[in-house]
Design a binder for this molecule. Structure first.
Ligand code: ADP
Ligand code: ZN
Length: 709
């Protein structure tokens, strides 16, 4: 069976080897056991149920919460030649009937349904289908404590009880302890085996900036974006108004951005989402309503304009960057005004205590003095022993001390009270506080009572936060926020491990020194140029086939093509992400492009030659500007020079007679055409600089105005 799985991995999905746990998960499902898969976004959950679906005889049902998500997955499967379909409320009765018949005739391998549809279909044709496997995507939606609770998910249990002999697999990218527990119980899984992958996303750079004044923040973000031209990114905001403000700021700076929030119509939202996925919109300024349905592999950065409500949400949001495993940046801004606002919201909720505690953990992350990746992984109960080296704390570390003894004092107080205390009581015990509470609960008789009286409350607060952050103990949301010692904490308590922590320093104003991002000055390498050409071809195909670009090929696949430059079908098939279907559909076009690229690339080209070559290939100014990462004005100036130098370029393509006439009319007012600004202004800023330059060159060259220099 597993040889078969491997064969399918290559022939259908185009990959040589399984990642991490994929193989074991598939084996478990094929052995008909219930399975829980906890894997971070981009980890490769889909093939875990898609490959069994292709091996098993009958139909696999996939339950997925969002229509857009279903459509993307089905499109991706179809592009790999797999018989898959979805069935949901967005379809007409006729469309539904077609899918129903296909399912009944066993012509489908995978059928995607929303949980609502599943409920509606109870006692219908659905139950006569021959089903081999049920996969539940985004399974954390069943947990009430989580951030994405969907009541319909709790009804899936009914299905589990009806389809007795069939394995169920639940998958999610959220993995805190409570969610895990809830998935197993609320979905009614039978003795499930849980596969927990590392949640580490080493390709995400983590950065946090606190209390930066607004204008400074705007400048920083503009710099950040300008040094990453043509990259896709998301700015998350707290309110609808803020999303609109940010997209306006970006647009004013000629950046291709759009806002997105739940106040837009669903058509508007669909369009924005599709345009983003297809790279027609570069940047989305969104509330957290945006993202769950986004399966886009080449999001290069995520900025949070405000502190998120909790770490689960934050990790999922930054996780939308870099799904293709290429390096991606994340940047979190926070200020106390937002924290207060969020806390006010939280207080109004039914679960206010949990929400406030989660918010508090988020703030502790933002203010952390230890490696941020360690904190995130500890939150998901994972130990990371080395500092990551790719977060702002690692890059600018605080002074550290050996924290083992301090930690042992705190942990032993927690242990001696049977893990039944929270922050305040812990500090009171450590400091030997003479309060009624201490005496009535007999804490004053504990061995640890007063063992940390030499430190102030603030010092203990500072250290305990670090202990939580590095994962020595967890806060039990489902048990009055009491501390529970983790396996890692036990190792420290019993002297098997030493820890180092940041030394206490009284809170000072947060440093808002501006860190200047390096600007892109160097020209693009060969491979980068080819990568951009491949992206354009991918785009063309995506538009023709009306699918998102990444469904044709992911960025990671194109990057490998640009590096390897495959020239034969065999070499092309060796690229990760190319299966048989894709070789047949696209191989020829991509190989031809690569051949052309190699033939045309000569080592020492001037910047003008490069532009010329692209013009000769029939690309528009905007496309050339995009590829060369230059402004269109610069490209126009190249064209003007090339034209003046006598290259046969049809410059008239770039302007019309009316523009020429307008310029001719104002020209006599100027002694020189060296300065464009006065001319630009005299034309009411209606004709862009590049075109003015080009028309002037055209006029000069054709001696229409040879009295001007
Ligand atoms: P998830 O659902 O966990 O967020 P996906 O299933 O969408 O992740 O997979 C993320 C990316 O990784 C996809 O582009 C997928 O094709 C790719 N991928 C999955 N498995 C492998 C593998 N074994 N080798 C290489 N790439 C893989
Ligand atoms: Zn780090």
């Amino acid at each position: 069976m597993l040889t078969k799985a491997k064969e399918i991995l290559k022939s259908i999905f185009g990959y040589d080897s399984f990642r991490d746990q994929q193989e074991k998960i598939i084996e478990n499902i094929l052995a008909k056991k219930d399975t829980i898969v906890l894997m971070p976004t981009g980890g490769g959950k889909s093939v875990c149920f898609q490959i069994p679906a292709l091996i098993l005889e009958n139909l696999t049902i996939v339950i997925s919460p969002l229509i857009s998500l279903m459509k993307d997955q089905v499109d991706a499967l179809k592009s790999n030649g797999v018989a898959a379909a979805f069935y949901n409320s967005s379809m007409s009765e006729i469309e539904k009937k077609v899918i129903q018949e296909k399912a009944e005739k066993n012509e489908l391998k995978l059928l995607y349904l929303s949980p609502e549809t599943l409920l509606q279909l109870s006692n219908s044709w659905f139950y006569s289908l021959k089903i081999s496997l049920v996969a539940i995507d985004e399974a954390h939606c069943v947990s009430m404590w989580g951030h994405d609770f969907r009541p319909e998910y709790t009804q899936i249990k009914i299905l589990r009880n009806q389809l007795i002999d069939i394995p169920f697999v639940a998958l999610t990218a959220t993995a805190d302890r409570i969610t895990r527990k809830d998935i197993a119980t609320h979905l009614g899984l039978v003795d499930p085996i849980t596969f927990l992958s590392s949640f580490n996303r080493p390709n995400l750079e983590l950065n946090v900036k606190g209390n930066i004044p607004k204008q400074k923040k705007i400048d920083q973000i503009l710099d950040f974006i300008e040094s990453r031209s043509n990259q896709s990114g998301i700015i998350y905001c707290l309110s609808r108004k803020e999303t609109e403000e940010w997209s306006q700021i970006l647009k004013n700076n000629k950046i291709n951005a759009h806002h997105y929030h739940a106040g837009l119509t669903s058509e508007e939202r669909d369009k924005i989402q599709t345009d983003f996925i297809n790279d027609d919109i570069g940047i989305i300024c969104a509330t957290i309503a945006f993202g769950m349905g986004i399966d886009k592999s080449n999001v290069r950065w995520v900025i949070h304009n405000n502190l998120p409500k909790n770490i689960e949400g934050y990790y999922q949001e930054i996780g939308r960057a870099g799904r293709d495993s290429l390096k991606s940046d994340t940047l979190l801004y926070y200020n106390y005004r937002d924290v207060k606002l969020l806390a006010d919201f939280a207080r109004e909720s039914e679960h206010s205590q949990v929400l406030l505690e989660k918010l508090n953990r988020m703030l502790e992350y933002a203010e952390a003095t230890t490696c941020r990746r360690k904190i995130l992984l500890a939150y998901f109960s994972e130990e990371l022993h080395e500092n990551c080296g790719h977060c702002d704390v690692c890059k600018n570390p605080p002074q550290t001390i050996d924290g083992t003894i301090l930690a042992q004092k705190a942990l032993s107080a927690i242990a001696r009270t049977n893990e039944s205390i929270g922050n305040n009581t812990l500090i009171e015990i450590l400091r030997g506080a003479k309060t009624a509470d201490m005496y009535s609960k007999k804490y004053n008789e504990l061995k640890t009572f007063g063992i940390g009286a030499d430190l102030s409350v603030n010092e203990w607060l500072f250290f305990i936060t670090q202990f939580k952050n590095i994962g020595l103990m967890e806060v039990a949301y489902d048990d009055s926020m009491h501390f529970k010692i983790t396996p890692f904490g036990k190792k420290v308590l019993f002297n098997q491990l030493k820890i180092s922590i940041a030394n206490y320093k009284p809170k000072e104003k947060i440093n808002n020194k501006k860190v200047k991002q390096p600007k892109f000055v160097e020209s693009l390498s060969e491979n980068e140029l080819l990568f951009d050409r491949l992206k354009l071809l991918r785009r063309k195909i995506a538009v023709e086939e009306n699918v998102p670009a990444y469904i044709v090929f992911s960025d990671a696949t194109l990057q490998e093509m640009a590096n390897e430059k495959p020239l034969t079908n065999n070499d092309f098939l060796a690229i990760q992400g190319v299966g048989m279907q894709k070789l047949n559909s696209y191989g020829e076009e991509f190989i031809t492009l690569i051949k052309q690229f190699i033939a045309n690339s000569t080592p020492k080209k001037t910047t003008y030659d490069e532009t010329l070559e692209l013009i000769q290939q029939g690309l528009s100014i905007d496309e050339i500007a995009l590829i060369r990462k230059l402004s269109s004005t610069t490209i126009f100036s190249h064209i003007a020079k090339l034209y003046a130098d006598g290259y046969p370029i049809k410059v008239q393509h770039y302007f019309d007679d009316e523009q020429v006439e307008k310029i001719k009319k104002v020209l006599p007012n100027f002694e020189s055409t060296l300065q464009l600004k006065p001319i630009y202004e005299a034309l009411n800023e209606e004709i862009e600089y590049g075109i003015i330059r080009l028309i002037l060159t055209f006029l000069e060259k054709n001696h229409v105005n040879n009295q001007l220099s």
